[in-house]
Design a protein around this ligand. Sequence first.
Ligand SMILES: Cc1cc2nc3c(=O)[nH]c(=O)nc-3n(C[C@H](O)[C@H](O)[C@H](O)COP(=O)(O)OP(=O)(O)OC[C@H]3O[C@@H](n4cnc5c(N)ncnc54)[C@H](O)[C@@H]3O)c2cc1C
Length: 660
Amino acid sequence: MVIRIFLRQPLTIKMILVILAFSLLLDHHGRIDAFTHGLGAIASPKYASTITSTRTYASVTDQQPNDASETVPSTTSGNELAIASITDTQTNESITEVQIDDESLPLRPRNEYDAVISGGGPAGLLTAIMLSRKYGPDHRIAVCERRPTIPPSPSDSTVWGDVAKFYNLGIGFRGQNALRSFGVLEDFKKHSVAVEGRRDWQPGMSRPEDGRVTLTEMSGDLSRVLSRDKLVGVLHHHIVDNYSNSNIDMLYGYGAEPVSFGSDWNDGGSDAVKVLVSKCDEIDVGLEEKSKLPPSSEFVPSQDSEQVCTVEGVVVTSTKLLIGADGSARTVANSMERYDQDRLDTLRKTNPLARIVEGKPFRVTRFVDDNPRVYKSIPIPLPADWPGKLNYSARAKNGRMSLEALPADDQGNLCALLLMKPDDELAQSEVDPNSLRSFFDDNFPQFSALISDEEIARTATKSSSSIPAFRHSGPKLHVGKRTLVLGDAAHTVKPYYGLGANCALQDVTVLSDVLDEVNGDVTAAVPLFTKRRGGESEALVSISRNMDRPGKMFYINFILPLILDGIFHKIAPSIFGPNMFGMFKKKNVGFVQIRRKKRLDRSMQMICISTVLAGIGKGLALSARKLATIIGRRQSTVAVGMALTLATSATLVNMVRKGK
Ligand SMILES: Cc1cc2nc3c(=O)[nH]c(=O)nc-3n(C[C@H](O)[C@H](O)[C@H](O)COP(=O)(O)OP(=O)(O)OC[C@H]3O[C@@H](n4cnc5c(N)ncnc54)[C@H](O)[C@@H]3O)c2cc1C
C-alpha cells in the first residue's frame, strides 16, 4: 500500500521521500551506535572509540554548506579553525559548522539538544541519568567527554585487577543517597567494598600491633569504596543497560566549550546556548613519547592521562541547558567567567548603576596552593589475619610522607596512596627502588614486609600524580538563564576528607529538586540552583582549605580546634558540636550550617576559657592579698612567689610522670 502511494508520486517528491527516509535511518543508527559500542565494551574490554584516521566530512546534518566561511578561534587548542557555516534562509541563523573528520567515532554531535553535559565523570553521568529519568525519551541529552575511550565494564577483572592504576573514592551517605535517588545504588554496591572503620598508626609507631582500629559507629551507613574510574564504568554501563530507549548521546572523544550563553546579552536574540563541540585526541605528546604509550584503544586511567585536545573537527550545537561537569579542567566555568565579566564591563560603560543592579559576576576563586602534595599509588596485599575492610593510615616520623590505603576489592587488597611534597626525592620518577625500600623499612616496616620488590620498583620508577588545588565558583554557579556548573567544576577540594565526589553527586540531587520545584522550567531552575548550592560550594572549599594550611597555621586551624572540640563536646555535648570530622558525618547539615555552628562553638569556647582564666586570676589575686597581710610582705612579692611555686610544681609533676 505504502509502496503503491510512493510510486504514484512525481519524481521530485519520490527523491525527497528517499532522502528523508535515509536521513531518518542515519539519525537512528547514529544513536543506537553509542549503545552498541558500549555493549561491545562490556564484551571486549579493549574496545574503544579510537581515533584512527582523519578525514573531512561535508556536513554532519546532510545539509550542504554554502560558501560563507568564518573563522572561530579555538580556545582549547589555541588554533584558528576554518569552519564552514550554514545559514538558515528563513531564520537567518547560522546553524552548523562542519569538519567532522572521523567516522570511527561511535556518534557525532547533533545540532540541537535539550541538555548538553560537558564532562562524563561521576557528576556528568549521574546528571544524564537524572535528566533522562525526569523527562523521558523525548529529551535529547548529550554527554561530551573528552577522553576517547568508552569506560570499561566494572566487572572486567582484566582492567581493574591492577589496583594501583586507579585511585579509590570513599562514597559515604551523601554520594550513596544521590545514587539511590536515581536508581544506581544497587549497581554501585555490587562493584564497591564497604569500609567498616579505620586502622591508624601514630607517627613513630610501626609494629603491626600498634595499629589502632576504630570501627565506624553508623552501622547502616558504611562508606563504600571503588575507584573513580570504576564508578564512571558503573554509571556508563548503567546507562547502557537501562536507558537504551532514551535519548542520551554519549559523545566520547569530544570536548565541549560554550561560545554564547543565550539571549540575555549580545547573542542576536537566540535563546539557546551555543556550544563548540570539538573532537579530541587523548594525549598530545611528541612522537618519541607517543611510542612509549599504550595503543590508544587501551583504557588510560584518569590519574595517568594528560588530555590535551587536539582539535581536528568542531560542531556548534545549540542547547536549552548547558551543564559544566568538567571537573578541575573547568573549561565551561572559565568561559562563563570571561563572558560574565565582559558583559558587566560593557553594561557598566552605559549604565553606572549596573554594578548595583546586576550584583557580582560569575567568578572562579583560585586559591594559591601553599601546601601542595603529590601522590604515588602502590598495591598492598594484606595478610590473612589483618582485617581487609578498613581504611589503613600511617605517617612517617618527620611528616615527610603519609600513607592512606583503602580496600581495592573484597579479597584483602589495598590500594595505598603515598602522599608527599612535590619536591621530595621519592616523588620524582625513576627513583632508585632501594631508596624507596629503605624509606619503607625505616618508616612503614609493617607495610614494607607486605610489598614485593617488583611493586617497590614499579612505584619508584613511575611519576607522581598531582592533587588539584582548592577552587570554587561563586557567588553564582550560573550565567544567563541556561548554563550552570556542578561537581568539581563548582568546588574542587583536596581528597583528604573524602568530600569531592560525594558533594559532586549530591549536586545532582539538588539540581533535580530545583527542577521539580519549578515544574521543569530551566530558566527558573538555573538561578535557583545557585541559591541552593552557591553558598554550600564556597563553604565546602573554605572549610577544607582552612584545615590544610602549612606550618603554624596547621596547628592553629586544625590541631587546636580538634583539641578544643574534643574537650568541650565531651563536657557538654548538647551545647558544643563534635569536631569537624564529626560534623561532616551529620546528615541533613550543610557546609554553611557547619561553618556557622563551628564559629558559634569557637566563640563560646573562647568565652568559657577567658571566664575560667579570669576567675583563676581573681582567685590568685585574693589569695595573694590575704597571704601578704598574714606574712607582712608586699602583695606583688607574694604573687611572684606563688607563680614560681606553681611553675616549679608543674615541672616536677611532669618530670615524675615522664620518669614513670
Ligand atoms: C587521589 C584522589 C582521591 C580522591 N578521593 C576521594 C574520596 O575518597 N571521596 C570523594 O568524595 N572524593 C574523592 N576525590 C575527589 C573526586 O575524585 C572528585 O571530586 C570527583 O571525581 C569529581 O567528579 P566530577 O564528575 O565533578 O569531575 P571529574 O571526575 O573530574 O570528571 C570530569 C570529566 O570531565 C572531562 N572533561 C574535562 N574537560 C572537558 C571538556 N572541556 N569537555 C568534555 N569533557 C571534559 C574529564 O575528562 C573528566 O572525565 C579524590 C580525588 C583524588 C585526586
